[in-house]
Design a protein around this ligand. Structure first.
Ligand SMILES: NC(=O)c1ccc[n+]([C@@H]2O[C@H](COP(=O)([O-])OP(=O)(O)OC[C@H]3O[C@@H](n4cnc5c(N)ncnc54)[C@H](OP(=O)(O)O)[C@@H]3O)[C@@H](O)[C@H]2O)c1
Length: 291
């Protein structure tokens, strides 16, 4: 049994909480901005109702053994406020977010050795009434190491595929290649079918080539075939598939532009690598964000 707090109970936080619930082992605390009456998660294997304590103020938080952070990347400062109480006895903190800067985002709140970076794949959204709807399987890539092993253990007995990866940097950059090209959906306001248009596929290849160049400079092992793999992946999706960036743009919500494309521009500048296509994506999407 472990005391586990989930900070940020939206789509991904809901899925993580439901997986913990199905182990039947843990004492779960849901840390949210608004009170939750009941967390209901519709999974492909049935409906899970999460039995948990709910806190809405960081100063109510007591020490736990594990914190799973699942806010959007731009909400890291708010999530960090929870860590003062939750991690005061040295809890491990799994950062389950997109991007390649998991440790950097939480460096002001917790030491790097206590952070476990995680990338997750799961088609899921939270409905207006708070119900979380999970539409497919959950897979997570976690940095290999003692804490990675403990993280995997937390979910033993639940329906999740967890891969402990020795080279997490490469895994995160590989996912960033897909997420960066996904900006095209938000730019065109079109779902996956837009990648069947040849000029769009060529644009995606060029955007991913920028990510590969910057990622390699950062130490990720990415080969030239990644761009084609990304285009093939989008082309293999149902044509009406909507990624989270497009969903956020359609709904008028803030987008994770910086974590998906801005980071490529910022790190490109550090290494003297030009990233004009990702820069364009950031400029256009940020202009939309500021409306
Ligand atoms: N959804 C997916 O299919 C998917 C797939 C793979 C990866 N991801 C990544 O997973 C991460 C989470 O995404 P998501 O889709 O789960 O986002 P989401 O549905 O927007 O959930 C984020 C949650 O964090 C909460 N939050 C924000 N600041 C908080 C604070 N200070 N204290 C407590 N809660 C706070 C939000 O609360 P409010 O309800 O009050 O706004 C919201 O419920 C992102 O990095 C995303 O890119 C998502």
């Amino acid at each position: 049994m472990a005391r586990v707090a989930v900070v940020g109970v939206g789509a991904i936080g809901g899925v993580l909480a439901s997986l913990l619930e199905t182990t039947g082992l843990h004492e779960i605390t849901l840390c949210t901005r608004r009170a939750i009456e009941a967390l209901v998660v519709k999974t492909p294997d049935g409906v899970v109702t999460v039995r948990a304590k709910n806190l809405t103020m960081p100063d109510q938080a007591d020490a736990v053994d594990w914190v799973l952070v699942a806010t959007k990347t731009y909400d890291a400062p708010g999530a960090g406020m929870w860590l003062r109480g939750l991690a005061k006895s040295g809890a491990a903190v799994a950062v389950v977010q997109n991007g390649v800067e998991h440790r950097e985002r939480f460096a002001p709140y917790v030491t790097a050795e206590r952070i476990v970076p995680v990338v997750i794949d799961c088609p899921v959204e939270r409905e207006q009434n708070g119900t979380v709807v999970q539409r497919g399987k959950v897979t997570m890539k976690v940095e290999e190491g003692p804490l990675g092993g403990e993280f995997e253990e937390l979910f033993r007995g639940s329906k999740v595929e967890i891969e402990l990866v020795p080279d997490f940097k490469t895994a995160a950059w590989r996912k960033l290649c897909t997420n960066a090209a996904g900006a095209i959906n938000a730019l065109t306001m079109k779902p996956a079918r837009v990648f069947h248009e040849e000029p769009v596929a060529q644009l995606a290849l060029a955007m991913v080539a920028e990510v590969v160049a910057v990622g390699r400079a950062e130490g990720a092992r990415l080969d030239e075939s990644v761009g084609k793999q990304v285009v093939d992946m989008f082309r293999g999706q149902p044509k009406d598939s909507v990624n989270s960036l497009l969903a956020d743009r359609i709904a008028g919500r803030r987008m994770e532009t910086d974590a998906r494309n801005g980071v490529i521009v910022r790190l490109g500048e550090k290494h003297g690598i030009a990233t004009p296509l990702n820069r364009m994506a950031v400029a256009v999407l940020e202009a939309g964000n500021s409306q």
